[in-house]
Ligand binder design. Structure first.
Ligand code: HEM
Length: 488
């Protein structure tokens, strides 16, 4: 007589057990490998088996390895374990892995040589924005070839050459000095919030000569909406971040266009980025169009606002935890300050070569902050590298973060140690600003702003983290979860 368990025959039970312990795991395995098998088969057919895809795995259908990335960056808070896992599973090899991330088949590159290869091969790897309208069709970050070189020339002249940096240093310092005094009056601050405010006030002054007002607060909110959309999945219907970002972009275009037209009407000249871009001419005597001026101002704010604020926040955070480094920084800056007569003491671009230890703090802060963990490119054509083929149309993620946290390149890489910069970094291992023909156009401006803040902080103030062991979040940018709350 057949046994009956809870109304279920033994045959039924065996069937269910077989399903749970046999077929279901097999099904999961089949699903897990289906996307990888699909891409490999398509690649095999296209190249008749004569070429190899980089090692790796395409992850789940549609989602790829995005969940794994989110898990490492957001939940486990161990971002470097994502690449370490790939090295373990597929070998260090040429430092190139296939994957599927952010909705696209992709190749990750993560060695100095592979990164350099991608960043310097302008013909093979280009840029691709899901919705170029958000960054601006004529923005330096969106255009390629001769248009890119021309725009980049204008921007570098406006924000990266010594004479521009000298002007900028005189413009930003009064705001930095005033902000520090205000923080001391407040007693307790959330550094991330306060540093963002002063960074934005400086951007408004440097770029469009605007003083803080309800309009600049509104502009700040529109930028926040725009950046949220740039990071979101490109779903365009009411309620999505992407849709909101398009609206913000239109408002920003309108407000900057209005300012530009108002200046032209009264022939007004200002010592700021907008006027600089409006009046510059290339070798053929050609000026930028209004659209180019507006698109590039918006791009420069997007590229230079959160990144600079984040770097300054990390400097305050690490120095609060590194009394020896802070003492050395103070000593150098006090000596500089005492060597100058008069008050308030502003540093100039000419002082920078004397600020040797400060420069090391700046580089170490930016190395550890890893504000841009990866740089995005797309393969314009099939490209061979290290015995593998990167297929045309695939995303290429230049994982610069993994260089800066690799103990083979930086001894004890997760420790803040400005003295490591007594020796230059090994060639190709410091790519915080990307590299090649698109290397960050504002890298000297970012360094200058950090230097100015470090000078005024170290000569006049003391600060202490309220939660020195606060957890660190890594998305969208690395930051202590409490925003670096501190007694000031
Ligand atoms: C610590 C702060 C900063 C970091 C870590 C940073 C990092 C980067 C990185 C990784 C890139 C990509 C490079 C590439 O695609 O190869 C980039 C591009 C760029 N950055 Fe920065 N950046 C910072 C500050 C700034 C500032 C202050 C500005 C200007 C206001 C700026 C303007 C730009 C521009 C215009 C590009 C695009 C360059 C091009 O495509 O030719 N950045 N930045």
């Amino acid at each position: 007589m057949a046994m009956v368990v809870g109304g279920m025959g033994a045959g039924d039970l065996a069937w269910w057990l077989g399903l749970v312990f046999g077929a279901a795991p097999l099904l999961c395995l089949a699903v897990w490998h289906s996307a990888d098998a699909w891409y490999r088969a398509a690649f095999f057919l296209r190249h008749s088996g004569r070429r190899r895809l980089p090692p790796g795995h395409m992850g789940l259908p549609f989602l790829g390895e995005t969940l794994s990335l989110l898990w490492h960056f957001k939940l486990a808070r161990r971002p470097d374990a994502f690449i370490a896992g790939k090295r373990r599973a597929h070998g260090a090899g040429a430092g190139i892995y296939r994957t599927h991330l952010f909705g696209s088949p992709a190749v990750i590159v993560c060695t100095p040589a592979a990164n350099k290869f991608v960043l310097q091969s302008a013909d093979s790897f280009g840029v691709r924005w899901p919705m170029p309208e958000l960054v601006g069709h004529t923005s330096v970050v969106n255009v390629e070839g001769a248009s890119h070189a021309r725009l980049r020339g204008f921007i570098l002249a406006a924000i990266n050459r010594p004479s521009s940096l000298q002007t900028i240093s005189t413009v930003v310092q009064p705001r930095v000095v005033a902000a520090l005094a205000a923080w001391a009056d407040m007693g307790t601050i959330v550094a991330a919030t306060e540093i963002k405010k002063v960074t934005f006030a400086n951007i408004c002054k440097m770029f469009i000569s605007m003083e803080p007002s309800p309009l600049t607060c509104q502009i700040d909110r529109w930028f926040a909406g725009l950046v949220a959309g740039l990071r979101a999945f490109p779903l365009d219907f009411p309620g999505t971040a992407f849709h909101g970002a398009r609206k913000c972009r239109r408002k920003l275009n309108a407000v900057f266009r209005q300012e530009l037209e108002a200046r032209r009407k009264v022939d007004k000249e200002c010592d700021d980025l907008m006027s600089g871009l409006m009046h510059m001419e290339d070798e053929q005597g050609k000026k930028l169009s209004d659209e180019e001026v507006v698109d590039n101002i918006v791009s420069l704010v997007v590229a230079g606002y959160e990144s600079t604020a984040s770097a300054i926040m990390w400097a305050t955070y690490h120095l609060a935890k590194s009394p020896v480094a802070l003492a050395k920084l103070r000593e150098e800056n006090m000596a500089l300050s005492e060597s100058k007569a008069g008050s308030p003491l502003m540093i100039t671009h000419d002082d920078l070569p004397k600020m040797k230890y400060t420069a090391k703090v700046v580089e170490e802060t930016i190395r550890m902050a890893n504000i841009a963990p990866m740089v995005h490119r797309v393969a314009n054509k099939d490209v061979e590298y290290g015995g593998y083929m990167i297929p045309a149309g695939w995303s290429v993620l230049v994982w610069v973060r993994s260089l800066h946290t690799d103990p083979n390149f930086y001894h004890d890489p997760l420790t803040f140690n400005p003295d490591r910069w007594d020796e230059p970094a090994k060639p190709g291992t410091y790519q915080v600003f990307g590299g090649g023909y698109r290397i960050c156009a504002g890298n000297m401006l970012a360094r200058l702003q950090l230097t100015i803040m470090l000078h005024h902080l170290s000569i006049g103030y003391e600060w202490e983290l309220l939660n020195p062991n606060a957890e660190i979040g890594y998305l969208p940018h690395p930051r202590p979860m409490d925003g670096a709350a501190m007694a000031f």
